[in-house]
Design a protein around this ligand. Structure first.
Ligand code: NI
Length: 167
């Protein structure tokens, strides 16, 4: 396993649409292991393949931050099929270190997700997990969470982010 470099806000590769994962391979298994390792290292609850420069519809989620192996979840070609309720809370992104902002998301999200062997399964997330589903799937569509804000707020956040990034 390896900690991979994570692309940051402003990198054009984060804005690309991703392609569906095809047949499962040992290379993909390695990528999944590396995504978990990188997410854990950065104390995140999830990481999407495009964030490490791989434009595939693949992401990992672990809302326990490494505490509970049962909570490790691999999203493969996921699609949201149902959104219910709403939650308002802080959100951050490993590609935008140092920035956390309040964002409204659905309280409960149902996904159609592929398994490694090519079958389809349903995944349901509530609260933090629902937020992670939305956040990671946005990455697969080339969208960062800060893009939900208007241009003025986005500019303020970008200044704050750049200032921090420079140290
Ligand atoms: Ni993110």
């Amino acid at each position: 396993m390896a900690v991979l470099p994570v692309l940051t806000w402003g990198d054009p590769r984060l804005k690309k649409n991703s392609e569906d994962v095809g047949a499962w391979t040992p290379e993909l298994e390695q990528l999944v292991a590396d995504l978990f390792e990188t997410s854990l290292h950065e104390e995140g609850v999830g990481l999407a393949a495009p964030q490490v420069g791989v434009n595939l519809n693949l992401a990992v989620i672990d809302c326990s931050c490494g505490e509970d192996p049962e909570q490790k979840l691999v999203l493969i070609n996921p699609e949201i099929t149902k959104e219910e309720g709403s939650q308002v809370g802080p959100e951050g992104c490993l590609s935008i270190p140092g920035i956390r902002e309040v964002l409204e998301r659905p309280q409960k999200v149902t996904l159609r997700n592929r398994t490694r062997d090519g079958a389809w399964e349903e995944q349901i997330g509530e609260d933090l997990k629902a937020r992670a589903f939305c956040h990671e799937i946005d990455h697969l569509r080339g969208r960062l969470f800060v893009e939900y804000f208007g241009p003025v707020k986005r500019q303020i956040l970008q200044k704050k982010y750049l200032k921090q990034a420079r140290g």
